[in-house]
Design a protein around this ligand. Sequence first.
Ligand SMILES: *Cc1c(COP(=O)(O)O)cnc(C)c1O
Length: 403
Amino acid sequence: MHNSGQASDLMDSPDSQDRLQTHCVHLGGKEGRNGPYVPPIVQSTVFDLGDAADAEAIFSGERSGFAYTRFGNPTVEKLAEAVQWLECGKGAMVTSSGNAATLCAITAAMYGRKGKLLTHPDIYGGSHELLAILEEVYGLSVEVLDSANEEKWLESVSRAGAVLLESPSNPLMRLIDIEATVQAARPSGVPVIVDNTVATPYNQRPLVLGADWVVQSTTKYLNGHSDMVGGCVVKREALTSQDRRVHKNLGGTVNAMEAWMILRGMRTFALRMKAHNRNGAAIAQWLAARPEVERVYYPGSGEGRQRALFERQMAAGSGLLAFELKGGKVAAERFLDRMKLITHAVSLGGMESLATRPAMSSHRGMTPEGRIEAGISEGLIRLSVGVESTADLVADLEQALGD
Ligand SMILES: *Cc1c(COP(=O)(O)O)cnc(C)c1O
């Protein structure tokens, strides 16, 4: 097992991103002398429990051991160790999707707690829909508050049941002060959950900033190849038996094959993030200088408070950005129709560049007025910048924007 005790020291060091790369290259590997270098895919539902005493020890939790893949599996465990290390946590649970991870984290964090789940309007659309179901069916009380009013946000944090935040937000790339949120939450023991999917642990480590839980859609940057769906939950402290109980009984666990696929993708995680960060920043800058473009949203490209927060909280801006065209919906649709190298598709974090119009896709369920209020104009385009050559991406953007 990788030494998670050293993760935060490692991450704090100035060359942490280079060392993270070395670590990623070896993820899941080294089974020991004469063992396979790449861990096997243990595609088995059940495990031999041994004699009666062994079985008793495993089921009572006295000894670790596998019984049934929904409860745990050696390949899935390797992935849990890997994401735990990357996020600098002390416990991790792997899930079948990012949404399953959000459900698992909310349930574990809110267990036995009273009060509202506090969140903000610009979280991922799927998280909104999940919260709406939890409200309607299970009576969870949710408070949605704009984090831009920082004083009000922090005041609400202090009396919440738990907090679910996403920074940078998607698609407008607004940052929320994780440390300030944690400081407001601590005195009353309010757990803070951060969706770190867009920033990734390469660029931001919410647990080091004091958050209690991190959720990730591993579908995105961690897997990076747009060929599967998955998620994970990482906790700053060790998992309790209650956390494990929630995880295995909510049922959103994974098979060995999927876990192995994500681990395989993660070997190139650091390499890919380097390229996403470089391309993301270059494309954001290039777009900002174009006459057709009204505005670009990219972490760190803002002014004042947002800029300062970026410098404090993130190492780089990642590969996701949004931009508004002056010609509104007509210009945006024309642009999407003319793209050649970039694919018109939802999702993000894969090696290939993808673009979509949030008003048509992720934010379609909102009313037009609601979208305007949330800053999602008809001409807004979200671009997941891939790892293609910067020059090829610029050429495609140029021809798609041009006459
Ligand atoms: C995609 C995404 C999710 C949900 O992940 P799935 O793997 O699609 O379930 C959650 N949060 C963010 C920020 C995402 O981008």
